[in-house]
Design a protein around this ligand. Structure first.
Ligand SMILES: O=C(O)CCC(=O)C(=O)O
Length: 275
């Protein structure tokens, strides 16, 4: 069992994140990277724009990560034993591209209530200051939700460029991870990331998020998978897990999910961004 230790629980409570946590080997991470790149080569648009969401529905290896028992033990320590996966995102920053993530709070726009949920950022490549690792504003999860501007800015990997103003950069902490490690972060912690200035890709596979079965989607609908325990609430439609890479029916189900996500992300916005 790999439940969080009391020090890790304290870090999450005080700072709004816990990191690093070892999950799998670098060799396994390379295998996963190869599967992602195989998909990109076979169907060039499949992981582009809205396609970067819910790749676990078409890739058995990403499905395996999503249901990894070490990750689930850690997640259980924070949200309890009845756990659903309600979505994943590939955050890929290629070298020589202008990709960054503006400082934001996930809870501001994801529509999941109550806040009994946590996001797992799994490093498929090393993630460090040179290639634009995540930076967390430690302790910011204790405040109320902050005002966000919608900047729709070029290079921003967020759909609407949601941005918290006046983040004290000097108070942010870099989450440096080796391939195969993960961090967990709280729905209201302010975080973002800068450009990749290295010569290789930075790939994060983000389970966004693991939710307790008591959590509703208040802005639209999300399909889910049961990751652990029992779902006594049945608030969400269940989506099946992939048996094979790039099965036609799974590609369709991913597309359906991502159309639903588009509704959630652009609720109340007359402008469309990165989808
Ligand atoms: O991958 C990144 O740089 C940012 C990811 C992020 O914002 C998130 O996981 O909530």
């Amino acid at each position: 069992m790999n439940y969080l230790s009391s020090d890790q629980l304290k870090q999450y409570k005080d700072e709004g994140f816990v990191s690093p946590i070892n999950i799998f080997s670098k060799e396994k991470a390379k295998e996963i990277r190869n599967e992602i790149e195989l998909i990109e080569n076979k169907i060039p648009d499949e992981l582009e724009k809205s396609g970067r969401y819910n790749a676990h529905l078409i890739s058995p290896l990403l499905d395996e990560v999503t249901h990894n028992s070490k990750i689930l033990d850690a997640v259980q320590s924070l949200i309890g034993e009845n756990i659903l996966v309600c979505g994943t995102t590939l955050f890929i920053k290629n070298p020589n591209e202008q990709g960054f993530v503006s400082y934001h709070q996930d809870a501001k726009y994801i529509g999941l209530e109550p806040l009994n949920w946590v996001t797992a950022w799994v490093a498929i490549t090393d993630s460090n200051e040179k290639n634009g690792c995540m930076r967390m504003w430690s302790g910011s999860h204790k405040d109320k939700l902050k005002e966000h501007d919608q900047k729709f800015n070029e290079g921003n990997l967020l759909t609407r460029g949601q941005t918290v103003k006046n983040v004290p950069k000097e108070k942010t902490t870099s989450l440096i991870l080796e391939a195969g490690q993960m961090s967990l972060h709280h729905p209201t912690v302010v975080h973002g990331s800068e450009l990749n200035k290295s010569n290789d890709r930075r790939i994060g596979f983000v389970i966004q998020s693991y939710i307790g079965t008591n959590v509703k989607q208040v802005l639209g609908k999300n399909g889910v998978q049961l990751a652990r325990g029992v779902d006594e609430f049945n608030y969400h439609e269940i989506i099946s897990r992939p048996q094979n890479l790039l099965d036609e029916k799974d590609i369709k189900s991913k597309k359906r999910e991502n159309d639903n996500l588009q509704e959630i992300f652009y609720k109340g916005s007359d402008k469309k961004g990165k989808f």
